[in-house]
Every structure is written in C-alpha cells, then in structure tokens.
Design a protein around this ligand. Sequence first.
Ligand code: 3HC
Length: 726
Amino acid sequence: MRKVVHMEVGEDGVALVTLNKPPVNSLDNSGPGSLVSQLKESICEAHARPDVKAIVIRGANGKFSGGADIGSLQKVKQVGDGTTYPTHVRGSTFFNDIIEGGPKPIVAAVEGFALGGGLELAMACHARIAAPKTQLGLPELTLGIIPGLGGTARLPRLVGLVKAVDMMLTSKPVMSEEAKQLGLVDAVVPLQQLVPVARKYALDIASGRQAWRRSLSLIDHIGTPEESSKILKQARARAQKAYRNVPHPFVMLDCIEKGILHGGVAGTLKEEEESPMLVASPTAKGLIHIFFAQRSAFKIQGVTDSGLKPHKMKSVAVIGGGLMGSGIATALALNNVPVILKEVNQEFLQAGLKRIEANVNARLRSASEKAQKVLSFVKGTLDYADFSDVDMVIEAVIESIPLKQQIFADLEKYCKSTCLLASNTSTIDLGLIGQKTKSQDRIIGAHFFSPAHVMPLLEIVRTHDTSKQAIQDMLALAKTIKKVPVVVRSCVGFAVNRMFFPYFQAGHLLVHLGTHPYRIDAVVKAFGMPMGPFRLADLTGIQIGQATSRIYKDAFGERTYQTNLNDLLLEDNRYGERTGMGYYNYKKGSRAEQPAPELDGYLTKTRQAASLIPNGKIVDISDEEIVEMIFYGVVNEACRVLDEDVVVRSADLDIASVLGMGFPAYRGGVVFWGDHVGVERIYSKLKHWSTLYGSFYQPSAALERAAHGKYPLSQIVEKRSGASRL
Ligand SMILES: C[C@H](O)CC(=O)SCCNC(=O)CCNC(=O)[C@H](O)C(C)(C)COP(=O)(O)OP(=O)(O)OC[C@H]1O[C@@H](n2cnc3c(N)ncnc32)[C@H](O)[C@@H]1OP(=O)(O)O
C-alpha cells in the first residue's frame, strides 16, 4: 500500500497530518488504502492517542487538495437504479462525526488551493489558516455534480447564504484574502508561518483560548427561514437563466435549502443521497470528459514527451492592430507578457493601441492601477528594427498571400534566429506563407478566435516542417495566456471551421426543405448552442459566410451544400447585425434580433432555385430531426477530420467544438456526443438522407468503418491502419 497520508506527532502534542498524493492530493475514496481511507485511519489514531492534544491537516507540495478524485468519478457507472459510486468511507460519517464531531480540535493549514472536497474537508475542521493567494472554492457544478461532502451545508453557515450560493452557482473560487473577510478562513499568514500558526491555533482551541466552532451548528450567518427562501427563489431564477438542460444546479439548491431549513446534518445527508445518481448522469460524464480533454490537449506525443524545454517568451511582437491583432496583444498584456504592436502608419498604430486600451478597460476597471500596469506592457512601433530581441512574432494582417509572404521574409531578416514566427491565418497554407524564407521549421499557426482576449481556444497549426520546439513553445505560450490549445495539421478550416461548415450548410438544406430559419435557430438553441446558425451568420457577417462557403466548395466540392440565400440577402445589403438587417432585423444600437417579415420572400426564391422539396410539398420535420440533421453532419465531418490526422485525438475535437463552436460542454463535445447517440444510428440516418438529399450527407469512410466495425468514433484514430501523416 502506498502511503499517501503521513502523521507526525510533535512535542507540542499536535499531530501534523499531511496529504501527499501528487499531483493535487485528490481525495480518492475508492477503497482500502485510498487517501480518504488513510486519512480516516490517521485522524482516528490521533483522536485515540493520549499524547495528541490537537490536529493540523495540510497538503504536501504547496497544495492543500484539489478535491475528490475526478478520475475515479469518471468510472462511476449506473447499474439498474443505483450506481457504483466510490464511497469506501462514508463521507457524512467521517466529516460530520469524526472530523467535525470528534473529541480533538482540527485545524486546516491551507495553501495553493482547497477546491471541492478539499474545501469541504477544510470546512469540516474547526478552523482554517490560509497562506496568501490560496484559492478556495466549490467548483463541482463545472463537473456536472454537486458538493457531496457537506459543502452545501457548511459554506452558507460560514459565509452567509447569498455569497455561498454565488460561489457555488458560478463555481468561482475566492482567494484567501477575500476568504478572510468572508469568514471562510480564520487567518491569512505568510507561508513560512502557516503550519506553526495552525499548530498554535489548534492548541488554543484545545485549551479554550480560541472558540471551538463546528461549522454545521453555526447559525450567526443564516437569516430567518423566510429570508432564506427568498434568496433561494432568486437563486433558482438565476440558475434557470444560466443552466439549460441540466439537473444538478437545481439539486444543489435543494440541498442548500434542506441544510438551511432542516439543519446542517440533514443537508449533508441529502447531498449524500443525491450525489451518486448525478455522478453517473450523462451531464457529469460529458463535463468530466471535457475536464480531462482540456488537460490532455497540452500533451502531444513526440513533442511534449521529448524532453524539450519551452523557451521563455520575454517579449512578443504582434503585426497588425486590427480586431484580431489588438485582441491578441490584449491577451498577451493581460497575462503580463510584454508586447510590441506594429502597424504600417501612425494612424493605424494609434487606432490599434486604442483598441487594446478599450479591451483592457472593458475587462478591468478603467484607469485602475491594474489596468495601467497591463497597458504598460504594450508598446507600439512602425519599425521592424524593434523586433531584434523579441522571442515570438504573431502576424495578424489581412488574408493576402503576397503580403504575408513579404512580412515573413522581412521577419527572417530582422528577428533573431530563434524567434518563433507565427501567423494568425485561418485560411492560407502556412507553407505558402513561409515560401520566401528558409525558416519553415519555426513557422507555426496561431489561430485565435475573435475576440482573441476573450475566446479561450487557440488552434496551433503545424506543418510537416514545423519543429517540435516551435510546437512546445506555442503550447507554453497558450498556457501562459490561459488559452486551451488544440494542435492541428495545416488544412482548410483546421478543426473548428471544418466542423462549422456542415452546421451552417445543414441549416440551409433544412430551409430548402421548407423549415423556417427561426425555427431552426430556436431548436438548435434549445439543444444548448448559444445561438442557431442563422443568428450566428448575422453576428459574424453574411458576407464572411458567403466567402468561406466558396472556400469550402473549392476544397471539398461534392460534399458541400450550396445555397443562393446569402447572395439574395447581400444583393439587398442585408449583411447581418453590422448593417441592422440580415436573417433578422436589428434596431439601431441594439443587438437583440427582431423577426424580419421580409425574409419570407427570400425563402420562397431560394426554395424555388433549389427545388429540393419533393413534389413541391414542404417536408414535415420534427424538432428532434432538426437537431439530427444539423449535428449528424457535424459528427460526420469530425470523423473525416480524425481520419485525416488533423488532430491527434478525438478529445481535441470535443474541446474544439465546445470552446470554438459553443457546443454544449455538458454534452461532452461533438465526438463524445456522437458516441452517446450511437455510431449505428448516425450512420443509418446519414445513409438515408444521402439517398434523399445527395452527397452532403454521404457517410464518411471513417464513420462507415466505425459503424461496420462496431467501435466508437472516439477510437477512429487508434483503429485506423497506416502511419500517421503528421
Ligand atoms: C465530493 C466532492 O464535493 C466532489 C469534488 O470534490 S469534485 C472535484 C472538485 N475539484 C475541482 O473541480 C478541481 C479541479 N482541478 C482544477 O481546477 C485544477 O486542476 C487545479 C486548480 C487544482 C490545478 O490547476 P493546475 O495547476 O493548472 O494543474 P492542472 O493541469 O489543471 O492539473 C494538474 C493535474 O492534476 C489533475 N487533477 C486536477 N484536479 C484533480 C482532481 N480533483 N482529481 C484528479 N485529478 C486532478 C489534472 O488532471 C492534471 O493531471 P495531468 O497532469 O495528468 O494532466
């Protein structure tokens, strides 16, 4: 048995219990020998030993605990009416009776983070001493579950119901300094004094010099039942808006209510009762998959395991101060990376710098010290001579091949030989961009999504020539600026736009069959997308949609679905939200879409031109079929992307779809969802539609192989024979 909990009894009579299970001291409760099991043994031993007066619990390696072991939660299966929930040690008995209700005081010495079960453990202790900049929070909702070790009962009793509900609904942690103000921790002390102060505090409780506070019995932060009911009513209304199609936030609020109205212990018992089914729910499966997928996206076989160390990015240059360039510069500056913005003339440069300032001021309080500090990282220039010392350049100019070729040739002259040369292109082949240089190995794509300082995804594009070091460096930069990277092979559309094109085109096909765009948007939104394809087209601009659909037609020919609807709208200057009319109408100064009665005329024309409706009779399509006809096409294209080695693993497409397309995270991403629906179902539906509506729905070879071979889509990469083309 690996020892992951160590106990040392000092001469002062304090038992120092250390959790030591890298990487995050997760509270694995999967059986005898697990961390929770060992912790229980240590605490019981400390309670029993006459030489122990008090106990301090801490985490090794600068972290208290990242909470329950998410890996073991992932394995929970639903069996009949029950689940195989890993509760070797019963949480409520251990936390309520042995920790909080035990005979000796226990103090948590918290540093780094105490999240989920980690904070629940700390809250069950009789006091909490924290090091500066420690994160404390209950982020369980992000995993599709609820706090299951007393969090819903203890947090409101420590910080008050309003703040507790806010922390749990948003899953946002507080830092130790705020936690002290809230009453969640008892003191914040410098790291070196953390354990000595915690020891003294524990002894002070034992000797009566400090109050012995048991969180579950605290009442001073809880108002009357009427006040609590009012707060919870508002919280439910807030949850209705923030969460669609998922049960767990509402179950969490029920648990909080139980704990408030019927006593803390009753609340913990309700959590314990509700948790197993939630852990086994499709929502938790999807969100936990996304948790691990985000982390695996940083690992690229043959690159991140090759022992290369990323170069430190002491300063980065951005070329082009337009929307993308200024967003990228903002993302860098917000994360303390010094950045030089280059433009071609003073006017453009000033405009770019102003955009950055506006971005920063919108994010941070304008003129605040923090905003000033961030802006001090940004310098402007018109001259490549200032690039001599930068470690990376990100080019973000218009999509012109000769212009980009010239820029990269110039960069080779002006930058040092180790400088990474990145392009934000979304359409142009990187080989072509670097054609006039000898630096193909350090040319890489950095495809940000707009607005670049807000959107969390970064597609890192590599060619056959891109060096491992370049990929390693770009992955490290992604981590620094808090982006989730997806490494892709250079191809038209990369990962996100490859999956987006059938999304839009299936919408048009449905319109040609007689379905109204507004109904399609409503159904797709109810499925969980932030907006439907037609509202999104208005947002991004119908002209852009028209241009990209041409690119897809050139690249993918037969399997694209063509429509003249965009042309018809553009002929009448209906460009989308920007001009106040597109598929919808928009009042001046408002982004709220209004129905456009004139749309029907365009629909009649486009349907006539397409003549897809059999015998001129509008096809009756159910909401469920709308979802299927939109998203099975997306899954089909995702299978092609996997088959072509555009990404290294299917989870990367799940991340790309969630963070780049807005696919609901609780459905686990496009491929994960496809497997949830079932390969055979998707294959047979696509086959059927391809006979009715043509090659747009033709099942891809990879999907067909999976259907015939009866394996999940997530195994397409592993099952494919032949060497990787990367
Ligand atoms: C019963 C309870 O109420 C239920 C629960 O407690 S559910 C769990 C609640 N806790 C959480 O949601 C915290 C999740 N973790 C995090 O937010 C972040 O990992 C963190 C803030 C703890 C650390 O962040 P950071 O330092 O950037 O490291 P990060 O790369 O995310 O994680 C490091 C490793 O720890 C793993 N890890 C993190 N938290 C974990 C957990 N709770 N269980 C298992 N593994 C975990 C990650 O998968 C990663 O593994 P890898 O190196 O093999 O990829």
